[in-house]
Design a binder for this molecule. Structure first.
Ligand SMILES: [Zn+2]
Length: 446
């Protein structure tokens, strides 16, 4: 019998995700096909999955090597770790005061005029030490792991000047070395127009194109080049210049597109063959058709629109009908989406965008990996795939969007290593120091 380092068995549901050949993103009805095995088992050795099947098949073909991990998953769901394909977790300082001001009715423009908004985060980023930025971001990554995430995309974009944006990239590289989560870096020097160039944004676009993006590519850390293509930020023409420059130096395009206004961001994504277009709250019908045709993944960020109290969410159902591959991400950032939880995003996708729980699972695993060009490597439980696995203490994957706000993850494996989540359900049980619970009179007030 072949010896292996991980043997998981007796799962109530094991989600293989039925990956497509070559890691192609899933579209249409295939988004709901999770390739479920009942009484499922999995064998992995080192970083990779060797086999999945029913418990008796796997146990008769594989045995544990000394020091390996065997796990009984009776009553549990075994599924791929989440991929979070759009985040800004590298930042310093939070903006609760601004949240309260918004609730009192102040507009974003008023808050920005008082020194808030993204420029507050830019100021805090520039002033923070490397160690402060790393410590705060590592804590966020711990929370992501506790909610089942195994791979996180992290963007630069709170520095907005040549040296500090390179510093941000180096810090993302350092996060990758220090944390067990897998990290994918995106260069977003074009997150916003810095205050000094407000009156003359083309000067900043020139700086990006002639210096910042080529220097970022030279560092060899970023895989993607992103731009905030939105009214009042970067225009379609400016975005095209930025993304074409990125392509020339080996960075694949990604866009923040059509979040607030339908301005043709999705169409531009198709034109420049972006790997993904993200947000899309106000995407046009032609934009969706162009994305489907060009194979651009739609990364939807409903937690952001929720936080902004938007009236409408991205048209996920229409996208799925048209054959656009849909992925979901947290957009974790201090201004408009202060969450690390992919299950919370799934809840919004189901409750506000009409996605089914199965589609939401595909959108946070396999299609989320496709939004980073990694769906042949992770986001599925299939032979040859990376052993990035989460075990849910739940009878069905539908627990994820159903049980809002609490992590049901019991275990997490990343590249075949057993990562103990920081928050585990048994450790969250109430303990009262010096006394045992119980014995009080029943309080009947309801
Ligand atoms: Zn974003």
């Amino acid at each position: 019998m072949r010896e292996v380092s991980i043997l998981l068995h007796s799962a109530r549901q094991l989600l293989t995700m039925a990956p497509a050949a070559g890691g192609r993103p899933k579209v249409g009805s295939s988004m709901a096909d999770l390739g479920i095995l009942e009484d499922g088992a999995l064998a992995a050795d080192g970083e990779r999955i060797l086999a999945v099947g029913h418990t008796d098949e796997i146990r008769s073909a594989y045995q544990l090597r000394p020091g390996g991990v065997e796990m009984d998953a009776t009553g549990c769901v075994v599924m791929p770790a989440f991929v979070d394909p759009h985040t800004h977790v590298l930042f310093h300082g939070t903006r609760e005061w601004e949240f309260e001001e918004r609730l009192r009715g102040k507009t974003y423009m008023e808050i920005a005029a008082e020194g808030g908004g993204i420029h507050a985060s830019v100021r805090m980023f520039r002033e923070a030490s490397d160690e402060t930025l790393l410590a705060e971001s590592l804590a966020r990554m711990d929370r992501m792991a506790a909610f089942g995430t195994g791979t996180v995309e992290i963007k630069t974009g709170y520095a907005l000047d040549p040296e500090q944006e390179l510093r941000a990239l180096r810090l993302i590289g350092e996060l990758s070395r220090r944390h067990p989560l897998h990290v994918v870096a995106t260069y977003l020097g074009a997150h916003e127009i810095p205050s000094v160039h407000r009156g003359d944004p083309d000067t900043y676009v020139d700086l990006l194109v002639k210096r910042m993006i080529p220097e970022a590519a030279d560092l060899g850390i970023a895989r993607f080049c992103d731009v905030f293509c939105e009214q009042g930020v970067f225009s379609i023409e400016q975005s095209r210049r930025i993304l074409e420059t990125g392509k020339r130096v080996g960075l694949r395009p990604k866009l923040h597109a059509d979040e607030i206004e339908p301005m043709g961001g999705a169409e531009l994504a198709a034109e420049v063959q972006a790997i993904s277009a993200d947000h899309l709250g106000k995407v046009s019908e032609q934009g969706m058709r162009a994305m489907a045709e060009a194979g651009v993944v739609a990364v939807l960020l409903p937690a952001t629109l929720f936080s902004l109290r938007a009236q409408a969410y991205a048209p996920a159902r229409r996208m799925i009908e048209l054959g656009v591959a849909v992925a979901l991400a947290t957009d974790c950032n201090p201004g408009s989406s202060m969450t690390e939880s992919q299950p919370w995003v799934m809840a919004l996708a189901c409750l506000e965008m009409g996605m089914t729980p199965a589609e939401a699972v595909t959108a946070t695993t396999y299609n989320a990996a496709a939004a980073l060009g990694l769906a042949a490597d992770r986001g599925a439980l299939s032979p040859g795939y990376r052993a990035d696995i989460q075990i849910l203490d739940a009878p069905s994957y539908a627990r994820l969007p159903y049980h809002v706000g609490f992590p049901d993850q019991r275990d997490l494996f990343l590249s075949g290593r057993h990562v103990i989540p920081a928050l585990r359900a048994p450790e969250l049980r109430i303990r009262v120091s010096g006394a045992s619970l119980g014995g009080d009179e029943l309080c009947t007030g309801r």
